[in-house]
Design a protein around this ligand. Structure first.
Ligand code: ADP
Ligand code: ADP
Ligand code: ZN
Length: 214
């Protein structure tokens, strides 16, 4: 099964993608996590990507596409994957369609996690992230067992650089301009499914399971 998660920054794509990956036994691939891991390892790609990420802009398609295809060519992606944060531009979606098509394959579903902007801005200020393993928490909705500490690996949680309110607003603008057109793109291909991302995260997951099947 090949699934794409669509939605604004902070809509809950990552949260749901992890649950999908777990239930259906496919890898969760987040381009944001791949970039952050490159930044952590101080690779050339990481240094290049960081400037764009800190400014709330998209990393250029060429760098992003190369990194993504490198990852999905791994053996563990043979039976599918859930993509979180890719594609984010029409150009990325077109390249993905072409690549998948070369293998006589197709994307099964694009799940659009729908959350209005004002809701996103409130939600993002409470997001906390683990810089080591990528786990995401929320100070009210998804608190870690021990305040400020990652449940999975014990690392100190951080507020991401790009989750500052000014940068979130910039990222939302970029989303509306460059990523939202993908909703129409996948609707035309009859694989778009929209879920209400303002609901409790278990309810959102319930809606997704209804779409994907048990
Ligand atoms: P969120 O889900 O909160 O928007 P991500 O972790 O998915 O955040 O992405 C963080 C940043 O990484 C983005 O703001 C952007 O700079 C960069 N990025 C991630 N995925 C892509 C992509 N497909 N194309 C371009 N830039 C990307
Ligand atoms: P995205 O990957 O789309 O940027 P995340 O999955 O990181 O979004 O979620 C953004 C923030 O909102 C995180 O702090 C997360 O814990 C929290 N969150 C995710 N889903 C929900 C939900 N349904 N209700 C409340 N908070 C949520
Ligand atoms: Zn961790």
């Amino acid at each position: 099964m090949k699934i794409i998660m669509l939605g604004a920054p902070g809509a809950g794509k990552g949260t749901q993608a992890i649950k999908i990956a777990d239930k259906y036994g496919i890898p969760h691939i987040s381009t944001g996590d791949l970039f952050r891991s490159n930044i952590g390892n101080n690779t050339e790609l990481g240094r290049e990507a960081k400037q764009y990420m800190d400014a709330g802009k998209l990393v250029p398609d060429e760098l992003t596409v190369r990194m993504l295809f490198d990852r999905v060519s791994n053996e563990d992606c043979k039976n599918g994957y859930v993509l979180d944060g890719f594609p984010r531009t029409i150009a990325q979606a077109e390249v993905l369609e072409e690549e998948v098509g070369k293998r006589d394959d197709r994307i099964d579903f694009a799940i659009n996690v729908d959350v209005p902007d004002d809701h996103i801005i409130r939600r993002m200020s409470g997001r906390r992230a683990c810089p080591k393993c990528g786990a995401t928490y929320h100070i009210e909705h998804v608190p870690p067992k021990k305040e400020g500490i990652c449940d999975s690996c014990g690392e100190q949680l951080i507020l991401r650089n790009d989750d500052a309110p000014e940068t979130v607003q910039k990222r939302l603008d970029v989303y509306h301009e460059q990523t939202q057109p993908l909703i129409d793109f996948y609707d035309k291909r009859k694989i778009l499914r929209t879920v209400d991302g303002t609901k409790d995260l278990q309810d959102v997951f319930g809606e997704i399971v209804k779409i994907l099947g048990d």
